[in-house]
Write a protein that binds this ligand. Structure first.
Ligand code: TYD
Length: 423
């Protein structure tokens, strides 16, 4: 079935907002003088209207429940809304639905200002044609009303679906004649969804994708490499980037070279071993190429085929910088030995460049030096120069990031470069 209109619930369907909601609910109950609830009970606050949950699970009167909801919102609006993340795979699914021309909407029992704030912050507002939540005038709106508002005018309901994780979602969808798609990765169980009339139940985001986009394979992922001389701070930035992308619903694979899979990690041990000082430059270059050959086939290509964003700490540019130039083997030699090994180029390379004295200091403060790190200054000067030339030759692929700044400032640039690749 091809759905032209798809409405989504927010909490427990697009976002795993459990932490922010349950912590805010626990805080409100404590402030109201109630006794603490076990986590399984707090989990039931995710999704349904809060007033009803405070009455049902914390035994409050309606007026107490209204007061508790206010206290809840104080904490939620300050910190709770950020204690949130999209389920892995949701972002590429939304992008694919949008690309196919579907009308996408959100219908949530949360105040609309929070829904919008979350959708902007976590980068998915751009996929949606309508975003509906409760408003100050309409605090008691039930899910059916919200869905109705989120539907486009003159919508053909026979090709419209509602995706949600709780019985409220399924019941409202059925009432309006929409296909009700339940998801099990949220906060409702199979029984709840079945009993409330779900037409289909998705066990995972991948399964949801099969239901909404049958027979359409995932789009190839994106391959982003992080390069720079030792001590440039690229590993820290890569971790921040991975966290940023996963919070926003992308499936991320992180890896490194040399290494990334068992055989290549073993080659890494050899090539970086400080005791193997006498290794010839040719052997060194071939070991890096061998490690890459295995890594590309075992890790990078399968992850890209599965639609993941692959972040890799170093790749082929390192061999040009360190072996072609640092070891002076020449570009042709490196190109030749890597031609058979590597059948893929990065979609984007972030090159971290900084002051040589600062890089050297950082490298020396990072524990015992390995075989490469113990090279002389003129070696690293050749490496720096090579990276500059690589960046100048391929400005579309290679983006230079200035690392003579604080981690947060550097990350602002990293984030902008990555964002630009996601559409
Ligand atoms: P890495 O783990 O990135 O070290 P660091 O975290 O200190 O930057 O890389 C290991 C070393 O291997 C590094 O000194 C660069 C070197 N290297 C090459 O010389 N050629 C290559 O092709 C690759 C991938 C790495």
């Amino acid at each position: 079935m091809r759905y032209n209109t798809i409405l989504f619930d927010l909490d427990g369907t697009l976002t795993d907002s459990g932490a922010g909601i349950t912590r805010s609910a626990a805080y409100a109950i404590e402030r109201m003088g109630g006794s603490a609830l076990p986590q399984e009970v707090l989990d039931r606050f995710v999704g349904p209207p809060l007033v009803a949950s405070f009455m049902e699970y914390a035994g409050m009167s309606e007026s107490d429940a209204l007061r508790a909801t206010e206290i809840y919102r104080e904490r939620y609006s300050a910190i709770g809304w950020r204690e949130n993340r999209l389920y892995a795979g949701i972002a590429p699914l939304l992008r694919a639905l949008k690309a196919r021309g579907a009308y996408l909407g959100i219908a949530s029992a949360k105040p609309e200002i929070f829904v919008r704030r979350i959708a902007e912050h976590f980068g998915f507002a751009r996929f949606f044609d309508s975003i509906v939540g409760i408003t100050m005038e309409n605090t008691h709106a039930d899910k059916t009303e919200l869905l109705e508002q989120a539907l486009p005018e003159g919508c053909d309901r026979s090709s419209a679906a509602m995706v949600g994780d709780r019985l409220y979602d399924m019941q409202a969808a059925k009432k309006l004649g929409l296909t009700a798609v339940g998801v099990l990765f949220g906060y409702g169980g199979r029984e709840e969804l079945e009993q409330s009339g779900a037409d289909a139940i998705a066990e995972s985001v991948a399964h949801l994708r099969e239901i909404l986009l049958p027979g359409e394979p995932a789009r190839r992922g994106r391959f982003i490499t992080f390069e720079g001389a030792d001590g440039c701070g690229k590993s820290t930035q890569m971790k921040l980037a991975a966290e940023y992308l996963s919070e926003r619903g992308w499936e991320v694979a992180i890896s490194r070279e040399p290494g990334g899979c068992e055989i290549s990690e073993r080659i890494r041990d050899v090539v970086l071993d400080i005791r193997l000082k006498g290794m010839s430059p040719e052997c060194e270059a071939l070991l890096y190429a061998a490690s890459r050959a295995e890594h590309v086939r075992q890790v990078i290509l399968p992850a890209l085929a599965a639609g993941k964003i692959v972040l890799c700490d170093r790749f082929l540019d390192s061999s040009f910088a360190y072996q072609a130039r640092g070891r002076e083997l020449g570009d042709d030699f490196i190109r030749q030995i890597n031609r058979a090994a590597v059948k893929i180029a990065p979609d984007r390379t972030l090159l971290f460049a900084g002051d040589r004295a600062v890089l050297a200091r950082r490298m020396r403060s990072g524990g015992p030096l390995d075989r490469m790190e113990s090279e002389r200054d003129d070696f690293f000067r050749r490496v720096d120069r090579a990276y500059e030339e690589i960046a100048a030759a391929e400005p579309e692929r290679v983006r230079v990031i200035d690392t003579n700044r604080g981690v947060e400032e550097v990350f602002t640039d990293v984030r902008a470069e990555i964002e630009a690749l996601l559409d």
